[in-house]
Design a protein around this ligand. Structure first.
Ligand SMILES: Cc1ncc(COP(=O)(O)O)c(C=O)c1O
Length: 463
């Protein structure tokens, strides 16, 4: 019997399937090579993005029973966020994933409240610390001055990171439990020209909240060229941040705190001014992975490989993702990006102002309970107290290593101290995300009741 040829119209599809491993169906944009195909790519051959249900009313049903994690990050996760990590494996340059990544970046603009098109979000594999490296490696050149507002362990860390890259750091340190005040900041700014000022919005070691709006107005008045950089690792998604209105130049954060996504993502937003500072620097960034330039396909490669003039624009890999164009410098984690996409979709399902107000209300309730127990907070001034965590001094005679295991037995995990001057004297209670927002969870009441009982078991009596 003569062999029958398959119908002619099957050929392109089959050929495309067979050759997909030889030549990517989708073009990839790298710093060194830009391979773009015309708009006629056959997307029907690619797997679709796995659908996810977006529950905004999480139950812990699909999670094994576990003690409630009430440390200042990582926090408890919503089921839908966790489930979105079990997405099937897909190419990091496939259309479905690129669309998810692009939407994720666009959603970040809403969370940070920036509509300025020159603002640039970055989502990189890494933790919050990588945000410090991004700032230090790209925005500051060796020998340039940076003013670090010292509030505790995390501002000390930011200062150390800046020094590693050659910055000349001046630390304006406040006593434990407080923050530098505006008059002293004004004095420091008028004494020297600083390339940047850094502020830790919530210093997780003390629970001190820094005010950003007036600080930014002061910097703009006294030293208008100074970049205003915020460590928002313990504040983004629980404290208000109005990136454009407050004139911020950089906010760096991480996935595992109030955003409510598992750890592993460094998330940041930079202003057009900050991006220009990175692009116009005279010395190359002393980092490879954290180099913003490496996340930017070079102009020369675009010119040499792209016959299309508009592709010669200087676009970052992040901008390509946001424009739903595949791009590559280093492999992102598709699973974590899916989780972040879900977390951000949940956050943005309501106005962000409601989210900040809900964290504030929960925090007020918790801080009142702490006072009712006769305990004091490390951040003594109510105006300087964070709304996503509380750092609580232990009463005389009660030790953290005794108290924390009792709490754990009751199903509540708090964190110990981390600030070197008071490390053994206090504990930290994280109250962010689903633990305070989901009315079906009893996390806060259970934590307060457990704290009261555990203190009593340690022999504490309120005077
Ligand atoms: C305010 C602040 N900055 C930076 C970091 C460092 O983030 P990561 O531990 O994710 O590297 C933390 C971590 O808790 C933090 O709370």
């Amino acid at each position: 019997m003569p062999r029958q040829n398959p119908p002619a119209d099957n050929h392109p599809a089959r050929l495309s399937l067979i050759s997909r491993h030889l030549a990517p169906v989708y073009p990839i944009n790298t710093p060194y090579a830009v391979e773009r195909l015309p708009d006629t790519i056959d997307t029907s051959l690619l797997p679709k993005t796995q659908s996810r249900s977006l529950s905004t009313s999480p139950k812990m049903s699909s999670q094994p029973a576990h003690p409630t994690l009430l440390i200042p990050g990582p926090i408890e996760f919503d089921d839908a966020v966790l489930q979105s990590m079990s997405h099937f494996s897909e190419s990091h340059v496939a259309a479905g994933f690129v669309a998810t990544f692009g939407e994720t970046l666009s959603m970040l603009r809403k969370l940070f409240q920036t509509s300025d098109p020159s603002s640039q979000p970055f989502v990189l594999s890494g933790s919050g610390t990588l945000g410090w490296d991004l700032v230090a490696a790209n925005l500051i050149e060796p020998g340039e001055d940076v003013l670090v507002l010292g509030t505790g362990y995390f501002s000390d860390g930011f200062a150390d990171c800046l020094r590693v890259y050659g910055a000349t750091v001046t630390e304006l340190k406040a006593p434990v439990g407080t923050k530098p005040q505006l008059p002293e900041i004004e004095k420091a700014l008028s004494e020297k020209r600083y390339k940047a000022i850094t502020v830790t919005h919530v210093d997780t070691s003390t629970g001190v909240l820094s005010e950003l709006q007036q600080l930014s107005a002061l910097v703009r008045r006294v030293s208008p060229d100074t970049l205003i950089i915020v460590d928002g690792v313990c504040s983004v998604a629980c404290e208000e941040i109005d990136f454009d209105a407050w004139g911020l130049d950089g906010v760096v954060t991480a996935s595992q705190k109030a955003i409510g996504c598992p750890a592993g993502l460094s998330i940041s937003m930079f202003s057009g001014r900050a991006m220009k500072a990175a692009q116009n620097r005279k010395t190359p960034p002393a980092s490879y992975f954290a180099s913003m330039k490496n996340w930017t396909p070079s102009k020369s490669s675009l010119h040499s490989l792209s016959p299309v003039p508009h592709l010669a624009d200087h676009q970052t890999v992040m901008q390509n993702y946001e424009a739903k164009k595949p791009s590559y410098f280093a492999t992102p984690s598709p699973q974590l990006i899916h989780a972040l996409h879900t977390a951000l979709s949940q956050i943005l399902a309501k106005p962000v102002s409601e989210r900040f107000a809900a964290h504030r209300a929960a925090s007020d309730r918790i801080k009142k309970a702490i006072a009712d127990l006769g305990l004091k907070q490390v951040a003594a001034n109510p105006d300087e107290q964070a709304h996503g965590m509380s750092a609580i001094y232990l009463p005389e005679g009660v030790k953290g290593p005794d108290l924390l295991p009792i709490l754990a037995k009751k199903g509540v995990v708090f964190a110990g101290g981390i600030h070197k001057e008071i490390v053994a004297k206090y504990i930290r209670f994280g109250h962010m995300g689903v633990s305070v927002l989901d009315p079906k969870r009893n996390d806060v009441d259970h934590a307060i009741k457990s704290l009261r009982e555990a203190l009593a078991e340690c022999g504490y009596k309120k005077e």
